[in-house]
Design a protein around this ligand. Structure first.
Ligand SMILES: Nc1ncnc2c1ncn2[C@@H]1O[C@H](COP(=O)(O)OP(=O)(O)OP(=O)(O)O)[C@@H](O)[C@H]1O
Ligand SMILES: [Mg+2]
Length: 150
């Protein structure tokens, strides 16, 4: 399979990462699924917060690590589903909490931290994003068309 790089940017601050995610959210239609790859502390939750703001959600957005999924209602209907699959071991565990229904909700947007847990069941239209550490304040953010294995 070919991986096409759709966009690659350097973010030099938390605010820039939020802004990037904010703009992206404003361009993505309902039903979009974003797989957010990156190490611990890369900035996945920062990105998710910016994404929520781009959907006009004003509630605080924090790491859902202990809840797996947080649902934020969007002002114009539908939801922003923020998932953190760090504690999910395999596809079976994800299906057990009903991940399929979230990912296939045509009214809502999903952003998934640690998507590699469920790479085999991500929808074909999933947008794949990787956040890599450059230094303390800088990150490389890459959008590709398919899920990477890392
Ligand atoms: N350019 C940047 N973009 C995003 N975050 C940055 C940037 N520079 C520094 N940071 C810092 O990196 C940290 C990112 O934390 P965040 O919780 O978003 O990571 P995460 O990828 O969600 O980690 P985890 O895997 O533990 O959920 C924050 O403390 C943030 O201030
Ligand atoms: Mg996080």
């Amino acid at each position: 399979m070919n991986t096409t790089i759709i966009k690659e940017i350097i973010s030099n601050s938390e605010a820039e990462t939020e802004q990037f995610a904010y703009s992206l959210a404003q361009t993505l239609p309902r039903g979009s699924v974003v797989a957010l790859n990156g190490d611990l502390g890369a900035g996945k939750t920062v990105f998710s917060r910016g994404f929520a703001r781009g959907l006009n959600i004003t509630e605080p957005v924090s790491s859902p690590t202990y809840t797996i999924i947080q649902e934020y209602p969007c002002p114009d209907g539908g939801y922003f589903f923020h998932m953190d699959l760090y504690r999910i071991n395999d596809v079976r565990a994800a299906l057990d909490f009903g991940i399929d229904e979230y990912l296939n909700d045509p009214e809502s947007w999903s952003v998934i931290e640690w998507p590699n847990r469920i790479s085999t069941i991500l929808p074909p239209h999933t947008i794949n994003i990787k956040i890599e550490n450059i230094d303390d304040d800088s990150r490389k953010i890459t959008i590709t068309n398919i899920q990477s294995s890392s």
